[in-house]
Every structure is written in C-alpha cells, then in structure tokens.
Design a protein around this ligand. Structure first.
Ligand code: ATP
Ligand code: MG
Length: 399
C-alpha cells in the first residue's frame, strides 16, 4: 500500500475551528511519517488522503498513523489508475486469498466526471468480488469492506478500517507542564492530556546523588515513548535532593511529603510560565496514597496559582495500569526505582495536612531561594520522533 485514507469526526468540531483542526492534524500526520517519504496530503470532506512516493510496510504505517491524535479511523489504501477495469483487477489481486463470508463495497466519488456513479461502481466491483470469493453482499453488517475513493487525479482502494487514537490533534488545546515520575500514573496522565489536544512539556525531580539514577532513566524512556504522539518533547530534570535535605533539616516528619510536593509545584509553575504552558498535570488519583486525600491535595494545590489538572483523579489503579499497558508505558514503569519522595519520609505521613501547620513549617525555610536553586540547576533534554536522519532527507517538503 502506498497511501492512507484518514477519517476524523467532523461533526464533533465547531464550525469556526475546523480549518485550524485539520491544519494541525495534517501537520501532525506529516510529522509522524517524516522519514517514510511522504509525497502529498490532501483534504477531502471529513477525511484526508496521505500518499507516499513508494509502497510502505503496512505494519510501520499502521503504527505511525495509529499514534496520531485526532483520527477516528483509517484505511491503508493503494493508488491505482482511473478506469474501472484496472480498479477491478487490482482489487481482486489485492484480496490475496482473504476469506470472509460477507462484504460490501463503499465508494466515495469525489470526482463527478468519473463515467460511473457510486451505486454502479459498487455493483460492478461487488459482482467481481462475489464471483472470486463466493462471499455474499451485506450492506449493514459486513465482515469485510472494500473502500474505493475516486478523486479527480487518482483512484484509491483498500480493505477494512483500523481504529485511530481518537481525541484532538496535539497543539489544538494549548500547552501543559506534566510532572512525571517513573511511576504508572503520571505517564498515563500526560497521555490523556495529549489526547485532548495538549502539547506537553515534562519535568522530573530527582534526588541524585542521594539516590541512584534509575528514575531519571525511566523518565527518559517514558518521555521517549510519549513523544511518538507529539513528535517533539522537552524534559526538564531538576535536582531535588538538596531541597529535600533542607526540608528535612527544618520540618518534622509527618508533613514532609506535602512540603516536597508544594516545592515541586512551585518550581513547576515557574518552568510552565517560561514555556508558556497554562496548567500543570499530575498523575494523582483520589485516595490512592496518603498524600492524595482531598485535604492534602487542597493544601498542595494552594502552593501555586496555576491550575493543576489531574486527569486520573477518578480512576482506579487497575484502570490506570490497564491503560499503561495499552499505551506502552507499563514495562518501563514496572522497573523498581527509588522515588525521590520516599527519601526521608515517615511510614505514616499526614493524611490531613492543615494549611496553618504547613505554613508554619515553610516559614522556617527560604522558599524563594529553594525555588531558584531548583530552576538554576535544572537541565533540559530534547526528544524527537521519528529519529532525525543524518542527510536531512526527512526535511523534504510535503506538498
Ligand atoms: P506516579 O505513579 O505518577 O508516580 P504516584 O501514585 O506514585 O504517582 P505520588 O508519588 O503521590 O503518586 O505522586 C503524585 C504525582 O506527583 C505524580 O503522579 C506526579 O505527577 C508527581 N510526582 C511525584 N514524584 C515526582 C517526581 N519525582 N518528579 C516529577 N513529578 C513527580
Ligand atoms: Mg510515584
């Protein structure tokens, strides 16, 4: 197959936004296949046709297209000549022994100058497929569908639909800063916001040299994985061990985790402003651990003015883990590591932190200086998908 027919849910879009939405979707699709030699991407009502210079391995193509948000479903299709004879023989050859009990032909005739209308095309091609396979025609619930798309220059055919990633194209909903640990939750949270059309920047707080570097490597791996959906990511690595050491020196055990979290949010908020991100994202889920009670979440939130989005707040651990498996982050998140928040914390942290107590403890610290320490010592790492090619081949313009 040398082309893809990509469908999106047009009705779900507000009229005024449609052009912007399709423009972003096209741009993201082109980015997703940058290294595969794309030739052209064309807009049709509620769908796009992406063509390549050569045939592409169907598995690679399916993998790339199915990670682009904003796509309802798609079909791998083959470009063919404009006459019905050629179309018929290529479809029959393309069936390649496929077995099914029922089928239908679904023709979209975008070019009204084509000599046959859609019902006639369906009839002629249907008769040929029926004769070759012995399968019956079923218009309502077919086991197999042959899609035919007739455009002014080219004609395409393909078999069946594959599910898209759904959601909205990355970039249509603005920018967010995701607080990412090496755990199960935060990568899933970031994924869910990308699926809602957000571009996500990442920040990870690590406790090197007090702890090993496993969490940093896990986070790199997770960001690399998630970059398949937004093609470019920036990760801030913030050294947090020294900040924790100072909190530990000044504050009694029960409130330490709450203070750690408030520091993370403060530093996160400043990075977010620098990156023009409008909100922070965490993987918190209500009641999952001691620090995630309503009381604690409230006190933690009060450290910053910027909204905190918690896409997993109402999800069960099992649902989160199931999604982690589906999006390919489960394996990496399962690797044992030392989370920075386990450093110097009690077995029984406070579950009902009170704002006045937290404030009294924070008064013993120079908060602004600690925030500045985190920002000044942060480093950034850039991630790109697909991996850039040496000779600049993947920068060739797509018309
Ligand atoms: P996760 O599975 O994402 O680690 P968790 O269930 O372990 O979450 P907590 O440890 O309470 O929950 O962390 C709550 C949220 O705070 C995380 O989902 C993440 O967004 C953020 N967070 C925690 N630790 C870090 C860290 N080291 N760096 C960046 N963000 C963090
Ligand atoms: Mg964690």
């Amino acid at each position: 197959m040398d082309s893809v027919l990509i469908r999106y849910h047009e009705i779900a879009l507000k009229k005024g936004n449609r052009a912007y939405f399709t423009e972003m979707l096209k741009r993201n699709i082109v980015a997703a296949v940058k290294d595969l030699g794309a030739k052209e991407i064309r807009s049709l009502p509620a769908r796009l046709v992406l063509t390549f210079r050569d045939k592409i391995d169907p598995e690679t193509l399916t993998e790339r297209i199915s990670s682009v948000f904003g796509i309802a479903n798609f079909s791998l299709v083959q470009r063919t000549g404009r006459d019905i004879e050629q179309l018929r023989s290529q479809i029959l050859a393309g069936l390649n022994g496929a077995r099914f009990a029922s089928f239908r032909i679904d023709t979209q005739r975008g070019d009204k100058s084509f000599p046959l209308n859609s019902p006639e095309i369906n009839r002629q091609l249907g008769a040929a497929v029926q004769q070759k396979t012995g399968a019956r025609v079923d218009l309502d619930n077919p086991e197999f569908t042959v899609y035919v798309e007739i455009l002014p220059k080219d004609t395409y055919f393909g078999f069946n639909k594959l599910p898209g990633a759904g959601g909205l194209p990355v970039g249509t909903s603005g920018r967010l800063l995701s607080l990412i640990s090496g755990g199960f939750d935060s990568p899933v949270a970031a994924y869910r916001m990308m699926q809602r059309g957000c571009r996500v920047i990442f920040v990870h707080f690590h406790s090197a040299p007090y702890q090993d570097k496993t969490s940093q490597d896990k986070v790199r791996d997770l960001v690399k994985r998630l970059t398949r959906h937004q093609f470019q990511s920036r990760l801030y690595m913030v050294p947090f061990g020294e900040i924790q050491r100072q909190i530990v020196a000044a504050v009694a055990r029960p409130l330490r985790v709450v203070l750690y979290r408030r520091m993370m949010l403060r530093i996160g908020e400043r990075i977010a402003r620098r990156e023009k991100a409008r909100a922070l994202v965490t993987g918190e889920s209500l009641g999952q651990v001691a620090s995630q009670t309503l009381e604690n979440m409230t006190v933690i939130q009060q450290a910053v003015a910027m909204p905190i989005l918690r896409p997993l707040v109402g999800m069960d651990k099992q649902e989160i883990v199931d999604q982690a498996r589906r999006i390919g982050t489960f394996e990496t998140s399962s690797i044992p590591d030392q989370d920075c928040c386990q450093l110097f914390v009690p077995k029984h942290p406070a579950t009902k932190a009170r704002f006045d107590e937290v404030e009294a403890d924070e008064a013993k610290l120079n908060i602004e200086e600690l925030v500045r320490y985190g920002l000044e010592n942060a480093s950034t790492e850039e991630f790109v998908f697909p991996a850039p090619m040496v000779d600049g081949e993947n920068d060739k313009a797509v018309t």
